[in-house]
Design a protein around this ligand. Structure first.
Ligand code: NAP
Length: 305
């Protein structure tokens, strides 16, 4: 467990206490990053779970109450609800408060919140790039963010001191922090996160549509590759629906390129182009080595015979 730090904020309000919100609440508490953690969520059932888990200092189903007097408000809700939640809380934010989020797409968050928040409130969009296929307050854990990247996408209007404070928060939660333009973030994440997720949904969907006998065999003989896809495809459908709707252009662009590459692969197999297939499968090893060199994954260990 890390040593408690000096609090960065007096009062943090976390709106939405699912996987990401509850992991943040746990990390903030464990590392002493705020004097008071106010928790708000939509349903009383989820709120009760959060209270039982002792994730915060105050609990409410009314986000408006949670944000009053907060120095930092972090929206940890699905992307499709960010605009509505922003509008609802805007009248209760104190002057100088920072509003941030954890959404998986960033240009849409800026579009949804820009013009909604009052003057004197600082918007610092953020995306902690860490997660699992599980949802809800029980699924979170304080070390979820350790060693992963958090991307901040401030705009030209964003207050630099506010950015520094949000950076300090995520660094104290164990993350490496980088700043970039929101559109660039959305393009990068479309290939590194959104496309793999959609491929997983599609592959597992194809198996789901198979006849019952074949489906049973798919499950029985499922080897590493397919099993990993089923894990990814077990992710929350609401979250991924919202990612598709909110990062539409970048996702359509990357799906188009992927479709072309898949067609090329199909043609190479149909035409028995062994050399081409070998070239296609060799050049991709470079990316794997690069990921390991950058410390983003452990070197592969050959399973014992
Ligand atoms: P989650 O576990 O499903 O939790 C979502 C939370 O938002 C729940 O507490 C839910 O409340 C609340 N909520 C939903 N609609 C709401 C509304 N209209 N008003 C107030 N609260 C509302 O989701 P999550 O995985 O933590 O994802 C949250 C955000 O993190 C999303 O924007 C996602 O893009 C981003 N993100 C996710 C991951 C990941 O791997 N999961 C990684 C990075 C970023 P109730 O339960 O009370 O309905």
């Amino acid at each position: 467990m890390s040593q408690p730090n000096k609090p960065i904020f007096e009062r943090i309000a976390i709106i939405g206490i699912g996987l990401i919100g509850s992991s943040l609440a746990r990390a903030v508490r464990e590392r002493g990053l705020a004097d008071h953690i106010a928790i708000a969520t939509r349903s009383s059932q989820t709120l009760e779970k959060a209270e039982k888990l002792g994730l915060g200092d105050s609990y409410t189903t009314d986000a408006v109450k949670a944000v009053a007097d907060a120095d930092l408000v972090v929206l940890c809700v699905p992307l499709g609800t960010i605009g509505a939640v922003g509008k609802a809380i805007s009248g209760s934010l104190k002057n100088g408060a920072i509003v941030s989020d954890v959404g998986s797409s960033k240009a849409s968050v800026i579009k949804d919140l820009d013009g909604v928040l009052p003057d004197g409130v600082h918007l610092v969009p953020a995306h902690p790039v860490a997660g699992t296929e599980f949802s809800g307050p029980e699924a979170g854990y304080a070390s979820l963010f350790n060693g992963h990247w958090c991307v901040l996408t401030p705009t030209a209007k964003t207050d630099t001191d506010a950015v520094k404070k949000v950076r300090a928060l995520w660094e104290a939660c164990g993350m490496k922090v980088e700043e970039m333009d929101a559109d660039h973030h959305d393009q990068v994440l479309a290939i590194t996160s959104h496309l793999p997720q959609l491929i997983a949904y599609t592959i597992v969907g194809t198996a789901t549509d198979m006849e019952d006998d074949s489906k049973r065999e798919v499950m029985k003989y499922s080897a590493g590759g397919f099993r990993d896809f089923t894990r990814i495809a077990a992710s929350d459908p609401v979250m991924w629906r919202d990612v598709c709707l909110n990062n539409k252009d970048a996702i359509l662009d990357i799906l188009g390129r992927f479709g072309e590459d898949l067609n090329n692969l199909q043609r190479a197999i149909r035409n028995d182009e062994g050399d081409l297939l070998e070239t296609m499968f060799s050049r991709t090893r470079e990316i794997r080595s690069g990921i390991i060199e950058m410390g983003q994954d452990k070197p592969d260990i050959k399973p014992e015979d």
